[in-house]
Design a protein around this ligand. Structure first.
Ligand SMILES: [Mg+2]
Ligand SMILES: [Zn+2]
Length: 178
């Protein structure tokens, strides 16, 4: 394997899912251990791709630029703690728009592959919702469920049998790098 890429969902994985939209930096609260987990991935040469649904953009609760500013904010915190994020893909659409990128569809992954000229097949994909796991499986990624965010709700229902389940991003990453 020449290069290890890993796909991470954002809300409920990296930051606490508010069960509402994160519309300002002040409400972006890191999940316990997630900053260290990303630093560990970076140390082990993983390149991190974020794939996130942000319907709040097309609901006009925030601009696309506003979402970018929030992402720049937290990625800056990650960088100050020896982690790195290579690329962020955002779906702005509402479900009713039936786009090709809203997870569980795989357009965000395809877009990242095209822009970066990489393949995400066989990469780990960490998320907290069924839509993350289904997106991972559809694209040929290895699904990992974390019990943060919607994770315990997801775990209580049907999900792809090949999914590995961990308490949070930190314990998932410990398993990944070992
Ligand atoms: Mg999530
Ligand atoms: Zn979309």
């Amino acid at each position: 394997m020449s290069q290890n890429y890993i796909v991470l969902d954002r809300d409920g994985v990296i930051n606490v899912d508010l069960f509402d939209y994160v519309l300002e930096n002040e409400t972006f609260e890191f999940e316990e251990g997630s900053i260290d987990a990303i630093a560990t991935l970076t140390k082990h040469n993983f390149k991190i791709i974020i794939a996130t649904n942000q319907t709040c953009i097309n609901l006009e609760l925030i601009s696309r630029q506003g979402i970018e500013e929030i992402n720049n904010y937290w990625i800056d915190v990650i960088k100050k703690n020896n982690g790195d994020v290579l690329h962020v893909e955002v779906c702005p659409h509402e479900k009713s728009e039936n786009c090709d990128c809203r997870k569980p569809k795989t357009g965000l992954l395809k877009s990242a592959e095209k822009k970066l000229n990489i393949s995400l097949k066989n990469c780990f994909f960490v998320g907290d919702k069924l839509s993350d796991l289904e997106c991972a499986v559809s694209h040929g990624c290895k699904p990992i469920l974390v019990r943060t965010g919607y994770g315990t709700i997801t775990e209580a229902a049907e999900f792809p049998s090949e999914t590995k389940v961990f308490d949070n991003l930190k314990t998932a990453v410990q398993w990944i790098v070992n």
